[in-house]
Design a protein around this ligand. Structure first.
Ligand code: ZN
Length: 326
C-alpha cells in the first residue's frame, strides 16, 4: 500500500456538544447559513438528536454536527481539545457577517492570529468557538445559496480547526508521520499543518497550551474531529496501517451516511476517519434533507418511542425551498 493513495485529504466533519437543540438549529441555519442536512438521533443514545449541518447536499468538508443534550453542563475549553472550528468565507465579507450576527444578538469580534487572514470569532449559543476566515486563498467550493445568506458572502465549507495540546510535538508527529500532513508554517506556539496544497478544509493549527488547564468535553466543546477518505476500502487500509503503528483504533462503525473509525491522538483529541460514501441522500431526496426525523434501519422499530423522547424542532422554511416548513 502506498501512503499517497490512501492519505486522508481534509476534514469530513466536526462534532460538538450542545444544549438546547432549537437554539442550535436557529444559530447554524439563520446565523451561519448552513443547511440542516440530517435530523437523526445519536446512534449511541437514541433518545437524543444528532443534527448535521453543511452545504446543500452535506458534502464532506462542509459539515458540523451536534449532539444536543438539554441541560448538559457547560464544558471547559482547554488542553486536549479541538478548541476552535473555522469556516471559510470570501475575502471582504466579514463586515456583512458582523452586522448580521449582531442583529441576531450575538457578539462577533474580528481577531487576528498573526497571519494575513481576516478572522471573525463568534460564540454559538452554547459557547462553542466558531471562526469565519476570510481568505484570499482560492476556495473552489460552491456555497449553499440560502435566501438569508447570498452566495457572495456565504460559507464555503470548513476552513480549519485549532488543536490545543500540552505537548504539540507529539500531536504534530502523528499528523505528519501517520496522517500525511505537512508543516506549512510555525510561529510562537502555533504550527500550521496542511494536506496537499493547503486549501481551506485541509488545514490544522496546533497550538501549545503551556500550563493552561485541561478542557472538559461537555456543552460548547468539540467532541471529535473527522477526516475524510473516499470509500470503505481506503478506510480499511487506513485502519490496518494505524493499528500496525500502535494506535488503538475502533472497529469500523456504520453511521448510515458514512462509516467511521476512531482513535485518540497523544494530545487527547479524538480523531475519526469517515468515508465520503454513501452520503446524506441515501434515505431522503436532496430537496427534503433535514425535513423529517430519519432513523437507521436498526432503530426504525423503536421510532414511536424515540419520537416521544426528542422534542419537535422548528426548522425555517428556507431549509427546504419549494416546500412547507417542517
Ligand atoms: Zn463523527
Amino acid at each position: 500500500m502506498t501512503r499517497s493513495t490512501v492519505s486522508p485529504v481534509g476534514f469530513h466533519h466536526v462534532t460538538a456538544i450542545a444544549g438546547d437543540p432549537q437554539k442550535n438549529v436557529d444559530f447554524y441555519l439563520t446565523g451561519l447559513g448552513l443547511r440542516l442536512v440530517k435530523k437523526t438521533v445519536n446512534f449511541d443514545d437514541p433518545g437524543t438528536y444528532h443534527l448535521y449541518y453543511g452545504d446543500e447536499s452535506g458534502r464532506p468538508g462542509s459539515l458540523i454536527t451536534f449532539f444536543p443534550w438539554r441541560g448538559i453542563q457547560q464544558g471547559v475549553v482547554g488542553a486536549g481539545q479541538a478548541t476552535q472550528t473555522a469556516f471559510s468565507v470570501p475575502a471582504g465579507s466579514l463586515g456583512w457577517w458582523v452586522s448580521h450576527l449582531e442583529r441576531l444578538g450575538f457578539a462577533p469580534r474580528i481577531t487576528s492570529n498573526g497571519s494575513d487572514e481576516e478572522r471573525l470569532l463568534v460564540l454559538d449559543p452554547d459557547g462553542l468557538q466558531i471562526e469565519l476566515v476570510a481568505t484570499n486563498a482560492s476556495d473552489p467550493r460552491d456555497p449553499w445559496d440560502s435566501s438569508l445568506h447570498p452566495a457572495e458572502i456565504a460559507i464555503r465549507g470548513q476552513h480549519s480547526s485549532v488543536l490545543t495540546v500540552r505537548d504539540p510535538d507529539k500531536t504534530i508527529e502523528l499528523l505528519t508521520s501517520d496522517l500525511g500532513m505537512h508543516v506549512v508554517s510555525a510561529a510562537g506556539n502555533r504550527t500550521r499543518l496542511a494536506w496537499g496544497d493547503g486549501l481551506p478544509g485541509a488545514i490544522i493549527d496546533v497550538v501549545g497550551s503551556g500550563l493552561s488547564p485541561e478542557g472538559l468535553t461537555a456543552g460548547g466543546a468539540v467532541h471529535h474531529i473527522a477526516f475524510r477518505v473516499p470509500d470503505q476500502a481506503t478506510q480499511m487500509a487506513w485502519r490496518e496501517e494505524l493499528v500496525s503503528r500502535g494506535h488503538r483504533v475502533t472497529e469500523i462503525l456504520d453511521r448510515n451516511y458514512f462509516t467511521s473509525i476512531y482513535f485518540r491522538e497523544p494530545g487527547g483529541v479524538l480523531y475519526e476517519i469517515a468515508t465520503d460514501t454513501p452520503g446524506f441522500d441515501v434515505d431522503e431526496p436532496l430537496l427534503e434533507l433535514g425535513r423529517s426525523l430519519k432513523l437507521p434501519p436498526w432503530l426504525e422499530p423503536n421510532r414511536e418511542m424515540i419520537e416521544a423522547r426528542v422534542a419537535p424542532l422548528s426548522v425555517p422554511g428556507f431549509n427546504n425551498p419549494g416546500g412547507n416548513a417542517a
